[in-house]
Design a protein around this ligand. Sequence first.
Ligand SMILES: Cc1cc2nc3c(=O)[nH]c(=O)nc-3n(C[C@H](O)[C@H](O)[C@H](O)COP(=O)(O)O)c2cc1C
Length: 296
Amino acid sequence: MCKLNFIVDNEKCIHCGLCIQDCEAKIIEFNSEKIPHILKENEKHCIKCQHCLAICPNGAISIFNKNPQNSIECSNFPDSNQLLNLIKSRRSIRNYKSENLNQETMEKLKSMLKYPPTGCNDHRLHISIVENIEVMNKIRNRVNNTIKKLFLSKTLNPLTKKFDRFKNSFISGEDLIFRNAPHMIVVSTPIDAPCAPVDPAILLSYFELYAQSLGVGTLWCGYAEICFKLMPEICEILEIPQGYKVGYVMLFGPTDRTYKRSTQPEEYEITTVQADKEISLSTLDKIKRLFWNSLR
Ligand SMILES: Cc1cc2nc3c(=O)[nH]c(=O)nc-3n(C[C@H](O)[C@H](O)[C@H](O)COP(=O)(O)O)c2cc1C
């Protein structure tokens, strides 16, 4: 038994080598009896993806004490047309019922959160969920009142600059930021996470589609993200750990709002790459590319 607890059931192993082929870190090899194993000195390269456990046709491999029998069978997928219709029909919801989601749906949503991928399989994301509308009301009041006070006292601040166009809405008490949503999920990353700028968005994209498949409304909330980044007390209320930064925010909750039909978004420019051009860039053009690529 090794630190990763990479255990192969010799009775079940058919020596197919799929675990070896599929290992991202290339640390699994056959021993002299053609049983897969991992050398002690290579354990540190494991990214904990569990592909070895997942790909084994006979359920012969366990790792990190995960029994393959506790995995779900990879079958029973939604029809691709249904999935595409869900993608096309997903809408930003800005009208919510003033009530909590039922507990069963909330638990379903929480239970999917560990499945979306992260860069380097870094599972250090922090997720703050506001599960109770009364807690959400406290946060919404705190944020909205802070901005209202800034406007009323004519204090120059990045937030009043950002929301200047909506000054009257804030003063009149409209909940422009949180749209009266009863729930919120905030995903934060360690400041040194290898893919910090994208991991929260990936997680929330999966969350959004799953939520909407359950009839739960969602809204990406850039406004809240801006506020939380500028309001350290809210980060404390959200219990975001030290050394973490706010990644992204999504509002969610029960809604009556249904859309009869999909929208018809503009096409993106899609280039089918041919790679048949000779490229010779001037130094200036190289610097421009490097500069653009270095921007956040
Ligand atoms: C990253 C991101 C941030 C957003 N932030 C807000 C926001 O703060 N407030 C808001 O009302 N809508 C926000 N939206 C929703 C967009 O306005 C919306 O996605 C867009 O208008 C298209 O509408 P649809 O989502 O229904 O297709 C955001 C969307 C994304 C993807």
